[in-house]
Each structure stands twice: as structure tokens, then as C-alpha cells.
Design a binder for this molecule. Structure first.
Ligand code: NAD
Length: 319
């Protein structure tokens, strides 16, 4: 495989995910590489600059990043932030000549915003490429470079080889999903399903405990039966079943319930837009909205729905 030129990289948005991802690039790219970073907060920018002096370079705006970098990644919270990063008339990426630039937005946002930015680029910067590439695997996965990227492009895309080389520095699996914005569609379908599995698992565990079952036995039953699923196996919503699951540590770490609410809501809107009937979407959304507003659940791992529905977290004391 021919090696692409990754000497000038840009990274915009150094939050819970982006900082780890940018750090993977700083640690793994050769010494002559420069990673031009920008965040509206100075703190993560200065931390990375201190840790990788000379290699990580602070930028003053997305425009400044775009002036210096050939490959530019962004990882910001929502569609409005993505619009600002790319389209702001004074400071946005698109205020400079982007010929030959490869732009990769890894944020989980709505498809319409992604396609709006893509359309703007196609009209004003036809020689630039723009991809949606949301990720899965959480902050721990970002820190260990084990996340998966869902790329909005075809397997025949001319940039796929270079994109795979670059994204592989930050993650384990790079899956081209077929066409622009389909990486986002895939991510929203995934989170819709995993969000529902978490609610169903929490309900079944709560029902079982109230019937007198030990949730560890019940989880073994699920694992051996047709209910087997990754949420129960790795992120069991009931504390004390899986030792390193967030639920066993006060629901600390993991995937915050308000992020699940955001993604679930985007998924329900996607279903509406494409005319897909949802039997469970409305209720699922109400559950995550309620849990996000609940003081005992806010900011906790999304599997806190077990607590939200009144699951008995002290079941072990009653055995
Ligand atoms: P975060 O809030 O921790 O970080 C976002 C960063 O973007 C912050 O540092 C913020 O200052 C910066 N930012 C906001 N607006 C900006 C702008 N206009 N210009 C530059 N920087 C800006 O969020 P996160 O957890 O890193 O998530 C980022 C995206 O990744 C979200 O879309 C989220 O849904 C998705 N995601 C998160 C996880 C997770 O476990 N945290 C997992 C998969 C996907």
C-alpha cells in the first residue's frame, strides 16, 4: 500500500473524544509531522502543545488550521458546531482555498447538516473532499485507539486508501458505508438499537430481580439464550454483574445518558425523514429524555436507565 503524506494534519475539537484522537496522531506520526489543533477552549490545546512540543501546533481558528493542513479532522458536539467550524464567514475552514484538502467530520450529527456542508463545499471548493466519519467505542476506545469509524463513502472512493491509513492510527475498524452521509445513518441506526437493547435489558433484569432471580444467573441465562447481547455481556445495566461495567462503579465513565438522548433523538428524526415506522422510538426517546433530566442519572453512563426505572441496585444485600 502506498504511504500517503500525513505531514500536515489538522484537528478541530479536542473534547472527551477528540483530544485522545489527536494525541494518537501526535504519538504515532513521524517526527516531521505537524498536527495543527484548534478548540474554543484553550485548555486542551495547551495540554497537547506541552506534551508534544513542536509537533502539536496551536491554531487560532478553524481557518488557521485549514491554511496549514492537508487532512483536517473535526470532532465537535452537534450540527450547529459543525456549521460554525466549516461555514463561519470569518473563521470557518471554507474561508481559505481548499484545493486538494481532505476534510473528515467525525461528529455525530444530523444527516441534513452534513449534506449541507458537503453541498457548500461541492459548489465553492470542488477540489476538496469532505467525509462524514462518526465513531463508536467511547472515550476509552479513543484513548486506546480501538474505536470504529463509519465512513460515508463507497469502497471504490479514490481517497479510501489514504483515509484508512490515517484513521487506522486512531481506531481499529474503518467501515465504508456506501455513500456520503451514510456513515452517519449507520451510526444513528447503531445507537438507536443499542439504546433500545439497554432499556429492554434493564427492564428484564428489574423484572427478574423482583421475581427473586439473582441478576448474575439471569444474565447467564441471557448469554446462553436468544437474548444474548453486548450490552448485558459488557455493559450490564445492573450493578455487580459485570465487574468493570460502568454500572458497577456508580455508572461513572462510559457513554453519558445525555449523549444517548441526543443520538436517539437524531435517530428518531432520521426514521421520520425516511418514512421508517418505529414502534419503540417514541417511548425510547421519552426514557432517555427523562433520565437526562433526572439528577440521579444526569452525566452518568446511559445504562443508568436501570436506576431510572427503579431497578434494585442493592440486590446483593438481599440474597
Ligand atoms: P465534548 O463535549 O467532550 O467535546 C467537544 C469539544 O468541541 C469541546 O472541547 C468543545 O470546546 C469543542 N468545540 C465546540 N464547539 C467548537 C467549535 N465551534 N470550534 C472548535 N471546537 C469546538 O464531546 P465528545 O464527547 O468529544 O463528543 C464529540 C462528538 O463525538 C459528539 O458528536 C458525540 O456524540 C460523538 N461521540 C462521543 C462519544 C463519547 O463517548 N463521548 C462516543 C462516540 C461519539
Amino acid at each position: 500500500m502506498a504511504q500517503s503524506d500525513f505531514t500536515q494534519i489538522g484537528f478541530i475539537g479536542l473534547g472527551a473524544m477528540g483530544k485522545h484522537m489527536a494525541e494518537q496522531l501526535a504519538a504515532k506520526l513521524p517526527d516531521n509531522a505537524r498536527i495543527h489543533v484548534y478548540d474554543i477552549s484553550r485548555i486542551p490545546v495547551e495540554e497537547l502543545e506541552r506534551k508534544y512540543p513542536g509537533k502539536v501546533v496551536a491554531s487560532s481558528s478553524p481557518r488557521d488550521v485549514a491554511e496549514n493542513a492537508k487532512y483536517i479532522l473535526s470532532m465537535v458536539p452537534e450540527g450547529a458546531h459543525v456549521k460554525s467550524v466549516y461555514l463561519d464567514e470569518k473563521t470557518g475552514v471554507t474561508t481559505v482555498d481548499l484545493a486538494g484538502r481532505v476534510l473528515i467530520d467525525c461528529s455525530t450529527i444530523d444527516l441534513a447538516t452534513n449534506l449541507f456542508v458537503k453541498q457548500h463545499l461541492a459548489e465553492h471548493h470542488p477540489d476538496a473532499s469532505f467525509y462524514d466519519s462518526p465513531v463508536s467505542g467511547g472515550t476509552l476506545g479513543a484513548a486506546k485507539a480501538t474505536i470504529a469509524f463509519f465512513l460515508g463513502c463507497a469502497e471504490t472512493d479514490p481517497q479510501l486508501q489514504a483515509l484508512t491509513q490515517l484513521l487506522s492510527l486512531m481506531g481499529k475498524q474503518i467501515i465504508p458505508c456506501g455513500a456520503p452521509s451514510l456513515g452517519l445513518a449507520a451510526k444513528l441506526c447503531n445507537n438507536y438499537l443499542s439504546g433500545l437493547i439497554a432499556i429492554g435489558s434493564a427492564e428484564a433484569l428489574n423484572m427478574g430481580i423482583r421475581s427473586g432471580l439473582d441478576p448474575r444467573v439471569l444474565s447467564n441465562v441471557f448469554a446462553a439464550g436468544t437474548a444474548q447481547n453486548a450490552i448485558c455481556d459488557k455493559f450490564n445495566p445492573c450493578p455487580g454483574v459485570v465487574a468493570d461495567a460502568p454500572s458497577s462503579h456508580g455508572y461513572e465513565g462510559g457513554f453519558k445518558v445525555q449523549l444517548m438522548k441526543k443520538d436517539f433523538s437524531l435517530a428518531v428524526s432520521l426514521a421520520e425523514n425516511v418514512g421508517a415506522r418505529l414502534e419503540l422510538g417514541g417511548q425510547g426517546l421519552r426514557t432517555y429524555e427523562g433520565a437526562s433530566k433526572d439528577n440521579d442519572c444526569y452525566d452518568r453512563d446511559s445504562r443508568v436507565v436501570f436506576r431510572y426505572i427503579g431497578g434494585d441496585e442493592k440486590w446483593a444485600a438481599k440474597l
